[in-house]
Design a binder for this molecule. Structure first.
Ligand code: ADP
Ligand code: ZN
Length: 524
């Protein structure tokens, strides 16, 4: 049998070509499609843009009955269903936006075997009434999209997802495929456990997004840094700028507009019509910069987002990966850019320590924060750090800031000793700003009020600049020499002892001159 007749005889491939018009599968798609078509359960871990949808759409078409797709995203459901209908697939969705009379038409179609794919919101699927309906219909498979939503510690937790284990109990013979772009070990374990997917075959695609260039800059004047970055690399491009608070979203969007850029704000505080309008402009328009909280982005399928910028630290490394994954879905060169500073780190630590969460959750959150800081402070390839977090080994990528201009290091042991003893002598309760004032010998009102000009380390660090000091402190916090108390004060940790005693050398990254890349014309 020749290769072409062999492939033509595969129902998976012929469906791919006939219905979707694509010549070939990507990566593991074919293995997944065949496994599920034959009735197997699957857990699919694939990065955003990797092509997860086909993994359940094609088996739904091959198997008899209707594929039921659980998705938390109403906008995404509608888009997917419209796209499928254009391809001639009998697809529909059921969610709260649908008038009841439409819903009952779709339910009847389901019962009469007139649907290939039905997208359902999780809260609807798990109602007794709907489960009853499913029991009377012919079901091809269950697809659980965005499966990480079952993770209570994740950033997209949806309580309704927990109920989805009912599918396994009520419909044990029907294959289930869970899909997500979040693949850290903990989340993976939780998905398997909560959805009872112990028997599922796991398909883990590479999480590398080689076309994305990762860069982290030290926060100096973040808005101006952002503007420089956009002007230097993304004139007229579409991009997303993430900020932590709604207020900052609005201020940043306004400021960028004042600088002549087409920026729009987006956060959950706007009414639905405004959100929808901004989102549509972003998706349809060219060169719009969406300044947003993390409320924006999940399920946004815009292939030509050229950059994702973070003005604040994301929640975790997997959140960062997801958020930056919205760049470059078309495979063309794109940037993931983040401005990051000591204050961000302190703020995140405070948020964890001050939260009412149980200790166990705090412990996980601390670990996640440490992983994130490890990325920000990485002395080597960012992509390696990122991929290692997802369990993947790789070579230095040649396409991140660290690979492209390797950092200079310096022997900082003596400077670190000065900083540590300043923290110690001032009572382990002051933030970085005050510690740096003492080291640099500044007689600020606060320094004088506390009598800190009399400390033996006062002015001992005047030869080192503020940015270098703040980078040094940050690296010490990131590497666990220095801790942060619940009020943001710096404290000494056990690991700093050998350094204090001069027993241990310490190579730290020298701060980059963040102004070096600035365009010569400044349009203030
Ligand atoms: P994900 O859900 O993993 O983020 P999608 O399923 O939305 O990704 O797919 C991303 C894009 O890649 C879509 O535009 C899709 O049509 C396209 N795509 C997926 N699989 C293939 C393939 N085998 N050949 C060509 N294009 C594909
Ligand atoms: Zn690299």
């Amino acid at each position: 049998m020749s290769a072409s007749t062999e492939s033509a005889s595969s129902p998976a491939l012929s469906t791919l070509r006939r219905v979707f018009g694509y010549p070939a599968f990507r990566g593991e798609q074919q293995a997944i499609v065949e496994h599920v078509s034959e009735g197997g359960d699957a857990l699919v871990l694939m990065p955003t843009g990797g092509g997860k949808s086909l993994c359940y759409q094609i088996p739904s078409l091959i198997r008899s009955g209707c594929g039921i797709v659980v998705s938390p995203l109403i906008a995404l459901m509608q888009d997917q269903v419209s796209a499928l209908k254009l391809l001639g697939v009998r697809a529909a969705f059921l969610n709260s936006t649908l008038p009841p009379e439409h819903a009952s038409v779709i339910e009847r179609e389901l019962l009469e075997g007139e649907l290939d794919l039905l997208y359902v919101a999780p809260e609807r699927l798990t109602t007794p009434r709907f489960l009853q309906l499913l029991a009377q219909a012919k079901i091809a498979l269950f697809a659980i999209d965005e499966a990480h939503c079952v993770s209570q510690w994740g950033h997209d937790f949806r309580p309704d997802y927990i109920q989805l284990s009912v599918l396994h109990e009520r419909f044990p013979g029907i294959p289930r495929i869970a899909l997500t772009a979040t693949a850290d070990q903990a989340t993976r374990g939780e998905i398997v456990e909560r959805l009872a997917l112990q028997q599922a075959r796991v398909f883990l695609a590479s999480f590398d997004r080689p076309n994305i260039r990762y860069t982290v800059v030290e926060k100096d004047n973040p808005r101006r840094q952002l503007l420089r970055f956009i002007r230097a690399s993304h004139d007229g491009d579409s991009g997303i700028v993430y900020c932590l608070s709604r207020k900052k979203v609005e201020e940043t969007a306004k400021w960028l507009r004042e600088q002549g850029l087409s920026a729009l704000p987006y956060h959950a505080g706007f009414d639905a019509a405004t959100r929808e309008a901004h989102q549509t402009k972003f998706i349809r328009g060219d060169g719009i910069i969406m300044v947003a909280t993390i409320a924006f982005g999940m399920g946004i399928d815009k292939p030509d987002v050229r950059f994702v910028a973070h003005l604040d630290l994301p929640k975790s490394l997997e959140a960062y990966y997801q958020e930056t994954g919205r760049a470059g879905r078309d495979g063309l060169p794109s940037n993931a850019w983040m401005a990051y500073g000591l204050q961000d780190m302190v703020l995140q630590r405070e948020m964890i320590e001050q939260s009412q969460a149980p200790d166990e959750i705090k412990r996980v959150e601390r670990q996640k924060l440490d992983a994130l800081l490890g990325y920000c402070e990485a002395p080597s390839c960012r992509r390696q750090v990122l991929l290692r977090y997802f369990g993947e080994d790789s070579e230095p990528c040649g396409n991140c800031d660290m690979c492209l201009s390797p950092p200079e290091t310096w022997d900082a042991a003596e400077a670190v000793q000065k900083a540590l003893s300043t923290i110690y002598r001032s009572g382990q309760r002051y933030g970085a700003g005050h510690i740096i004032d003492i080291l640099r010998g500044r007689e600020t009102p606060k320094v004088k009020e506390r009598g800190h000009e009399n400390l033996s380390t006062f002015g001992l660090g005047s030869a080192i600049g503020d940015a270098q000091w703040s980078s040094l402190l940050r690296q010490c916090v990131a590497t666990g020499l220095i801790g942060v108390n619940e009020h943001g004060g710096l404290i000494l940790l056990e690991a700093c002892r050998p350094v204090l005693r001069g027993e241990q050398g310490l190579q730290l990254r020298r701060v980059r001159d963040t102004h070096a890349a600035a365009p010569s014309v400044r349009r203030e």
